[in-house]
Write a protein that binds this ligand. Structure first.
Ligand SMILES: Cc1ncc(COP(=O)(O)O)c(C=O)c1O
Length: 375
């Protein structure tokens, strides 16, 4: 059997008719930039996230950038975040002229460890930027408490967490603002680049609306030096079609994650577990294994494609060498990057494919541990 890592073509086959109608609506209306479909998507996505406002943008990176600017992050400030993430989290901080301050993750969740935040706060700290990595909400209560006590803002990097819940509240409704990505492979993916900022704060929403469109609040009257971060009409239209399916897709992801856990029960592999406080949406299903690269090759030879998110933590990437981190400075983050292996998981996967991929992993790790024990 061949198990692809993911398959966007299968999803398109299911949605083709509705997508083509939606794209046609945009062409007929000639509203290629922002426009009605984007405005409607903003309303629908805000409602979905239980947030008052949604501002549609051209990427999750832009959403992070505007979210940070909207709470006043600027040159010489510090933003506390995690290095176990896609580099865009840190880049957005750098765009503002501020410095990312990386703290280690909790090895049980791969998310920022709230116990380490207090010690990282300085007089320059302006915001805390947790990432809901792989679709699992970061532990926000302690983080919000620290933020409130120190007068700093919490911005959620919810780029991988569409529909996730923390203590029954949706990702995107918890911090001062949140950033979502609609990169095609995301749980809610556009047919091109896309992103959104959500917030309950009217001023932040207004600021983001102006900043995405060259700082203008009225056509050709500019209040700030802004950006071109606008969402295009096709993406709004496609996202509206897809949003209707998101709950069903998420339920399927959760079902497949559960099946992986059943198949791999007792294996020497760390798997993401559901926890009572939050609903993970399993953007990725990441196992932690020893001798990861060998395991990955052995799976590939059995027809199972996997991926690595992420092979090198952000604090050890070249652009952040200036911060002076060395290997060993964030041990849990570094270990996660060394052992993480993203298994195939997408809503159109069959139960047989999950069983096959899980059983293949079981065989491979058993062989690997037999080799390590010299049997
Ligand atoms: C955690 C995280 N933050 C930020 C981003 C950036 O989103 P985009 O690619 O839409 O700019 C991504 C996207 O991959 C992400 O996974």
């Amino acid at each position: 059997m061949r198990v692809p890592y993911f398959d966007l073509k299968a999803q398109y086959a299911d949605l083709r008719e509705d997508v083509l109608l939606a794209v046609d609506r945009v062409c007929q209306g000639a509203s290629f930039i922002l426009g009605d479909e984007v405005s409607l998507f903003e309303r629908e996505f805000a409602e979905y996230c239980n947030a008052r406002y949604c501002v549609a943008l051209n990427s999750g990176t832009s959403a992070l950038h505007l979210a940070l600017l909207s709470v006043g992050v600027g040159p010489d400030d510090e933003v506390i975040t995690t290095a176990n993430t896609f580099i865009a989290t840190a880049e957005a901080v750098s765009y503002t002229g501020a410095r990312p301050v990386f703290v280690d993750v909790d090895p049980a969740t791969a998310n920022i460890d709230p116990n380490l935040i207090e010690a990282a706060i300085t007089s320059r700290t302006k915001a805390i930027l947790p990432v809901h990595l792989y679709g699992r909400p970061a532990d926000l209560d302690p983080l919000m408490e620290i933020a409130a006590r120190n007068g700093v803002a919490v911005i959620e990097d919810a780029c991988q967490a569409h529909g996730a819940r923390y203590k029954s509240k949706r990702a995107g409704s918890l911090g001062r603002a949140a950033a979502f990505s609609f990169y095609p492979g995301k749980n809610l993916g556009a047919y091109g680049e896309g992103g959104a900022l959500t917030t309950n704060d009217a001023q932040i929403a207004e600021f983001a609306r102006a900043m995405r469109d060259h700082g203008q609040s009225q056509r050709y009257f500019h209040d700030f030096v802004g950006y071109n971060y606008r969402m295009d009409g096709f993406q709004g239209a496609v996202l509206r079609v897809k949003l209707k399916h998101l709950e069903r897709w998420t339920a399927r992801r959760r079902e497949l994650a559960e099946l992986y856990r059943e198949v791999l029960a007792g294996a020497p592999v760390d798997l993401p577990q559901d926890d009572a406080a939050s609903d993970c949406v399993y953007h990725l299903f990441v196992a932690y294994v020893e001798d990861r690269d060998r395991v990955r090759e052995a799976l590939q030879s059995r027809g199972v494609q996997t991926a690595i998110h992420y092979p090198r933590p952000v604090h050890l990437q070249k652009p952040y060498a200036v911060l002076g981190h060395r290997p060993g400075s964030l041990p849990h983050t570094e270990r996660a990057c060394k052992c993480c292996l993203s298994l195939p998981l997408f809503p159109e996967m069959t139960l047989d494919q999950v069983r096959y991929a899980g059983e293949a992993l079981l065989e491979v790790v058993e062989e690997t541990s037999a080799v390590a024990l010299g049997n």
